[in-house]
Design a protein around this ligand. Structure first.
Ligand code: 5GP
Length: 209
């Protein structure tokens, strides 16, 4: 029997380093990462279909109307969405899927998929977040300012997540997240099929009336 995979949402402030952590979870631990669609322009080195599916605003809206996204949100002037079909297909195949998405999208997934594991990644401090964003060198000063303001807003929703994980070093953070997911997989809500097998097995001992 092919057991369904587990869905994990990883959110965190832009610049928290969650992208690097997620890459490690994919390369070293074998998780499947859902590639999102976005209306944002590709950054230098980003490839269509690898980091994102880069689509127009019109395409994005048409996919929203046809219910093509599991969740979608606007983040600092651009739209982002998770393709529903990929996620469902991989989960059905028994693969564990990670969504690396911001908080509004995370909350939508929580509503639609209450069994999803919700993890929020934070850097060791707010100063460290600013330092990482500046050092990354991918955004101009105005955009960095917007992202820091958004981080401040996002703190209001952290308590809706199941876990907060500090990203001090990538290896340690990825290992901690892997431990969380593997432990979650053992929970009964993800093992109802096993429970049925156990119950049916013991039915043999039921006294005949
Ligand atoms: P960036 O522009 O830095 O690649 O991403 C900006 C933010 O959008 C990040 O916090 C990232 O996690 C989030 N994001 C990426 N893809 C999606 C998505 O499909 N849905 C939502 N809601 N957020 C996403």
């Amino acid at each position: 029997m092919n057991k369904k995979g587990i869905l994990t949402v990883i959110s965190g402030f832009s610049g928290a380093g969650k992208g690097t952590v997620v890459k490690k979870l994919v390369s070293d631990y074998g998780y499947k990462l859902s590639v999102s669609a976005t209306t944002r322009a590709p950054r230098k080195g980003e490839k269509d279909g690898r980091e994102y599916f880069f689509i127009t605003k019109e395409e994005f809206e048409s996919r929203v109307c046809s219910d093509g996204f599991l969740e979608h949100a606007t983040y600092v002037d651009n739209c982002y969405g998770t393709p529903a079909e990929y996620v469902d297909r991989e989960l059905q195949k028994g693969n564990d899927v990670i969504l690396e998405i911001e908080v509004c999208g995370g909350l939508q997934v929580m509503e639609r998929r209450p069994d999803a594991v919700m993890i929020f990644v934070v850097p060791p401090s707010a100063d460290e977040l600013k330092r990482r964003l500046v050092n990354r060198g991918t955004e101009d000063a105005a955009n960095i300012e917007k992202r820091l303001m958004r981080a401040c807003e996002e703190t209001a929703d952290i308590d809706k997540y199941d876990y907060v994980v500090v990203n001090d070093t990538v290896d340690e953070c990825a290992s901690n997240i892997n431990d969380i997911i593997q432990n979650e997989k053992k929970k009964l809500i993800h093992n109802n099929d096993c429970l049925d097998v156990i119950i049916n097995d013991y039915k043999r001992f039921e006294r005949r009336k």
